[in-house]
Design a protein around this ligand. Structure first.
Ligand code: MTE
Ligand code: MO
Length: 495
């Protein structure tokens, strides 16, 4: 509860059950129980847990490893369910780990004295009739001890729950204010008709907020109410500014499709996503502040202390760098930087896309080191052109004959002019490239080739609108982004 408002592992298990149960059964249950269905299932899972814990307690009479195995199995089920949730990451496993540790401690604390009493009893029985000393008194002590410890553990559990809720409170309140926000001038972006190719399995051109990749160094993401947010524009400016959220959203709202990309995206990776962003042009704000001669960078600072350095030029030229307040027509999700983040077409996230942004300091690259550039990553971070095969999916079997390939390609701010595929190292074949009507996003592509039965490899490359062909030379993501052609293996089988 402290870390995230995601539902508990118990709810995750319930959702996994709902997913695994055949559709017909779920439908009947919904008709029968309505909205009571899910809470009922939660109760059922909790009851099953209580029964399993009682059983584990009994097993602990004979050995510690038996209940240990029971606990590990329970934790594994929880972990699998948690990871199956949309957008789950390793951090979401923490509650399961804490739970496992808590169970183990509770078991030891509760069962230890009972085991000791049983041992004494067994020894007494060995000594024969009358050798037991004062067994009734011993039993009373043990029982009292058990009740006392159980009571203490319960009280401790309740205290932690109350503490967790109060710490999570801030986040819940921010979620609530976010839910109620109405932003003038923010519209739902309509996907351009020609942005889509005719192949279902290609990554959707618009990435839904829930499916958008997440990268941040903060373990607990900042929960900032719009009323508490301000942005300071400082450094080499004539008039330092401090802007409130109300000031910001009262300004003219610009909107555009921009594909964000992470520098850590491997060739063929999925740390890339496309959204409709709404916000205020940074160039206008910087002009208002009056940028001084000699500056070449803006050091951005997040509420969580994370920093990045952005070339000043990228924030003042006509590419449309913005302080975004909405993503796909909705106020930014908290994980994506609510209430305000930066979006700069053409630059990797680590040098530009500051979430929970609080300060823009106009400065010189020579005068500071940002979070990642201090760790060996490149200073400027322009996005390198890239292309990816989505279809056929990895290791797929397709009917031999004419096979359709599909995927995405991007070269933000320059634009994608052409995409080509080659099967088994053969000649490059032109793909059909969709036209989203902007150069700041990825494009979808489809291609066809005749393929015989057997194992094959398809690779893809793109050419940008300046005529530059994507290099096949492989480079690692460190220090400034991966290069190389993406390949997919597949098998063609008898049609
Ligand atoms: N405050 C903050 N902003 C940040 C980061 C971060 O760690 N902290 N990571 C950056 C990186 S490396 C990327 S790729 C993008 C990812 O944005 P997203 O999580 O909304 O997809 O956010 C950028 N903004
Ligand atoms: Mo990134």
């Amino acid at each position: 509860m402290v870390m995230t408002i995601r539902d508990s592992p118990v709810v995750a298990v319930v959702e996994q059950i709902i997913r695994l149960v055949p559709g017909g059964v779920t439908e009947k249950a919904i008709r029968l129980l309505g909205s009571l269905g899910k809470p009922l299932l939660v109760l059922l899972v909790l009851a099953a847990l209580v029964a399993t814990f009682a059983w584990a307690g009994r097993l602990a009479r004979r050995s510690w490893w038996r209940p240990g195995v029971v606990y590990l199995v329970l934790a594994a089920i929880g972990a699998v369910a948690v990871l199956a949730q949309r957008g789950a990451g390793p951090v979401d496993l923490l509650p399961v780990g804490v739970g496992l540790g808590t169970w183990a401690v509770a078991l030891l604390v509760l069962v230890e004295p009972l085991r000791r009493a049983e041992l004494v009893e067994a020894e007494a029985a060995d000594r024969g009739p009358g050798g037991g000393g004062d067994l009734p008194t011993l039993h009373r002590h043990t029982r009292r001890g058990f009740v006392l410890r159980a009571g203490l553990l319960t009280a401790l559990g309740a205290a932690v729950a109350v503490f967790g809720r109060s710490v999570g409170q801030g986040r819940r309140e921010v979620e609530e204010s976010r839910r109620l926000l109405k932003l003038d001038g923010v519209t739902e972006g309509r996907v351009p008709a020609r942005a889509r190719v005719d192949l279902e399995e290609v990554s959707p051109w618009r990435t839904a907020n829930e499916d958008f990749y997440l990268i941040h160094t903060a373990l607990v993401v900042p929960a900032i109410a719009p009323a508490d947010w301000t942005l300071r524009i400082t450094g080499m400016v004539d008039r330092p500014l401090e802007i409130t959220y109300a000031d910001l959203v009262a300004r003219e709202i610009t909107q555009s499709w921009v594909t964000l990309t992470c520098v850590s995206n491997e060739v063929g990776g999925d740390l890339v996503g496309n959204a409709w962003w709404s916000g205020v042009l940074i160039a206008d704000l910087l002009a208002e502040a009056g940028v001084q001669e000699g500056a070449d960078a803006v050091k951005q600072t997040s509420d969580d202390g994370w920093t990045c350095g952005t070339p000043l030029e990228a924030l003042t030229d006509d590419r449309g760098a913005m302080l975004a307040v909405a993503m796909n027509g909705r106020p930014l999700p908290v994980e994506h930087g609510f209430p305000v983040r930066t979006v700069v077409p053409g630059l990797y996230g680590y040098v530009s896309a500051t979430k929970w942004v609080r300060e823009l300091e106009v400065t010189r690259f020579a005068d500071f080191e940002a979070y990642w550039t201090g760790k060996g990553w490149g200073e400027r971070g322009p996005i390198k052109m890239a292309s990816r095969v989505d279809v056929p999916p990895s290791g797929a079997e397709v009917p031999a004959g004419t096979v359709r390939f599909g995927g995405v390609a991007w070269a933000q701010t320059t634009g994608v002019a052409a995409v080509e595929v080659a099967v088994d190292g053969g000649p490059w074949l032109a793909a059909e490239v969709a036209d989203p009507g902007t150069d700041d996003t990825w494009v979808q592509w489809v291609a066809e080739a005749d393929v015989e039965e057997g194992d094959h490899v398809v690779r893809v490359r793109m050419t940008d609108k300046e005529g530059l062909v994507q290099t096949g030379a492989e480079a690692d993501v460190l220090p400034d982004g991966a290069t190389g052609w993406h390949e997919r293996s597949f098998r063609a089988v008898e049609a």
